[in-house]
Design a protein around this ligand. Structure first.
Ligand SMILES: C[C@@H](O)C(=O)SC[C@H](NC(=O)CC[C@H](N)C(=O)O)C(=O)NCC(=O)O
Ligand code: NI
Length: 131
């Protein structure tokens, strides 16, 4: 079956808090937002460049009215973002009040430089060094 990866959806407890994190600290752009009062939820789609329009994946932030916290469980791993300089990206996240949970350095048993940061809901985001 032909297909195209479009997005990953995560539920967040405060939409503007998450949009601020992904745009101001990770450099994404809010591409569109859709409020669905009948379903009591709001969606915000974020990504780099034009997102799906230029073949890039997007993150779909889902806010359910009045739900401020979720149990993340032990199944979710991480989202991954490619950046030219992981160490600098970690410093930018830290300077913006974000949490770096694994400092920049070669991946265990490998050579690619990675780091991990957490978003405001505690979802892990892997930063991978790539030009
Ligand atoms: C726009 C598209 O990418 C969507 O994912 S909307 C799908 C819709 N989402 C929700 O209902 C989100 C709120 C819900 N309370 C939740 O937390 O998942 C959805 O899942 N619709 C169900 C359906 O059967 O249409
Ligand atoms: Ni979706």
């Amino acid at each position: 079956m032909a297909g195209k990866f479009l997005h990953t959806m995560i539920r967040v407890g405060n939409l503007d808090r998450s949009v601020k994190f992904y745009t101001e600290l990770l450099g994404m752009k809010e591409l569109r937002r859709r409020d669905v009062p009948d379903g009591k939820y709001t969606l915000a789609f974020l990504g780099y460049g034009e997102g799906n329009k230029e073949g890039q994946g997007e993150i779909e932030l889902t806010y359910n009215y009045g739900v401020e916290k979720y149990e993340l469980g032990n199944a979710f791993g991480h989202l991954a973002v490619g950046v030219p300089d992981v160490k600098a990206a970690c410093e930018a996240v830290r300077a913006g009040g974000g949490k770096v949970t694994r400092e920049a350095g070669p991946v265990k048993f490998g050579t690619t430089v990675i780091a991990f940061v957490e978003d405001p809901d505690g979802y892990k985001i892997e930063l991978i060094e790539r030009q």
